[in-house]
Design a protein around this ligand. Structure first.
Ligand SMILES: Nc1ncnc2c1ncn2[C@@H]1O[C@H](COP(=O)(O)OP(=O)(O)O)[C@@H](O)[C@H]1O
Ligand SMILES: [Mg+2]
Length: 405
């Protein structure tokens, strides 16, 4: 039985929401509260599994109450409700610890599904935490890092969706596994990660790390930005002319250090094969290669796969993902597989409206629209990555292909 506490200042809404759940056998409305203060009291007394919280209430509002509840009763998953679906509300709610966001009015189906979902996620999270804690205790950092994964997101073509996939994948990995995840924007000249996550590189960027000297855990910790979605972000320099200050060797070291403190490091790579992208690819366990169903991109993907072979990146390390897989004009996935002579490893549907909305709001769509087909495809990708064991050791890469610094 999922124990639910409903919080809303309007008595009719409380009754209505209670009635919506009346037919749900596995859900029990254990109590209701009419204010933020009552919500905290009720939560401590009833110890609900799920708290459904209105944002706008006189006195202490839902966000402030959620903050206190997630601190004092972390086992309670909080669902925030509001009549507005605005980005600002959404971000404040997530920062306060809310797991989901419902925009009023919603159907009884949406309501019950969302309660079941946050509950199941919370149960899964607790199980994983229980196991994880005993596993990492007392182990040396190199051992821990070996269990962690570096995922490089690459495409030989700009606009293939690298930044979109990298940012949303990072958030999905964090939410699915309750893992520490860091996104690194390795598009040092024209990085877009800050735009998609609504962060300003003038605040902090990789340049601040370079100025601080050799990248150690402490230095990187002071440069990485905590994003409201729960992931951590290392932004590219604010201006293209500063890109040269970050050397390939520095970038490589930085990724290796971040790997110690993060279960997943997701790197958004430029669309070129240069010393920088190769340094990251060497460090990576997985290289996600994005392709569109478009002839020149496919040709360049094939060329990249040949390079990857020469570098002795294993079949398991390089994964081919078709982005906007349902927008083909004449080219089918089969044709791609025939052309590159290997099966593809995954695909992501096209949803231009949602992708653009997410960019304009600066909120990843896996947060704002977790049920959309686009977000589901990203979550599927995250699950396949989380299920993959990290490479036990890194083979030294062949040095002969490109002259490297
Ligand atoms: N699956 C998708 N469906 C619809 N639009 C997408 C999808 N993936 C990316 N886009 C859009 O394509 C454009 C380029 O994406 P972006 O992630 O910036 O590519 P890259 O980083 O490879 O240059 C953006 O406008 C983005 O919103
Ligand atoms: Mg990009």
């Amino acid at each position: 039985m999922i124990k639910v506490l409903i919080v809303d200042d309007v008595p009719e809404t409380r009754d209505h929401l209670t009635r919506l759940l009346g037919f749900e056998e596995a859900i029990d409305v254990a109590g209701t509260a009419a204010s933020g203060e009552e919500a905290i009291q009720g939560a401590m007394q009833l110890r609900p599994d799920v708290v459904v919280m209105d944002i706008n209430m006189p006195g202490m509002d839902g966000i402030a109450a959620a903050e206190l509840i997630s601190e004092r009763l972390p086992s309670a998953a909080i669902i925030m409700m509001s009549v507005h679906g605005e980005a600002e509300h959404l971000q404040r709610a997530i920062r306060a610890g809310a797991r989901e966001f419902l925009v009023k009015p919603f159907s009884s189906d949406e309501f019950a599904t969302s309660i079941r979902r946050v509950y199941e996620r919370e149960v899964g999270r607790r199980e994983r935490l229980g196991v994880g804690a005993s596993q990492t205790a007392g182990r040396p950092p190199e051992d821990i890092a070996a269990d962690h994964q570096v995922i490089a997101v690459f495409s030989p073509k700009g606009g293939a969706g690298r930044t979109t996939v990298a940012t949303n994948l990072a958030v999905a990995l964090h939410r699915e596994n309750d893992a520490r995840v860091c996104v690194v924007d390795a598009n040092l000249q024209f990085g877009d990660v800050g735009v998609l996550l609504n962060l300003n590189p003038k605040t902090r960027s990789v340049l601040d790390a370079v100025e601080g000297g050799e990248p150690d855990a402490e230095l990187l910790n002071s440069v990485v930005i905590n994003h409201s979605s729960g992931i951590r972000v290392l932004l590219a320099p604010p201006a293209p002319e500063s890109a040269d200050l970050v050397t390939p060797a520095y970038l490589r070291k930085l990724v290796d250090v971040l790997r110690i403190n993060h279960e997943y490091v997701v790197v958004d790579l430029p669309a070129t094969l240069n010393d920088h992208s190769l340094a990251v690819m060497d460090a990576a366990d997985t290289i996600l290669v994005l392709s569109a169903l478009e002839i020149t991109t496919i040709k360049n993907v094939r060329l990249f796969l040949e390079v990857a072979d020469q570098l002795e990146y294993g079949r398991d390390k390089v994964r081919l993902i078709i982005n906007r897989s349902d927008t083909a004009l004449g080219i089918r996935i089969n044709d791609v597989e025939a052309s590159i002579r290997r099966p593809i490893d995954g695909s992501i549907v096209s949803d231009g409206r949602l992708a653009v909305l997410a960019v304009n709001r600066g909120v990843p769509f896996v947060v704002s629209h977790p049920e959309s087909p686009l977000a589901r495809d990203i979550v599927k990708l995250a699950r396949s990555i989380a299920g993959k064991p990290a490479a036990v050791k890194h083979k030294p890469a062949k040095r002969s292909l490109f002259a490297r610094r």
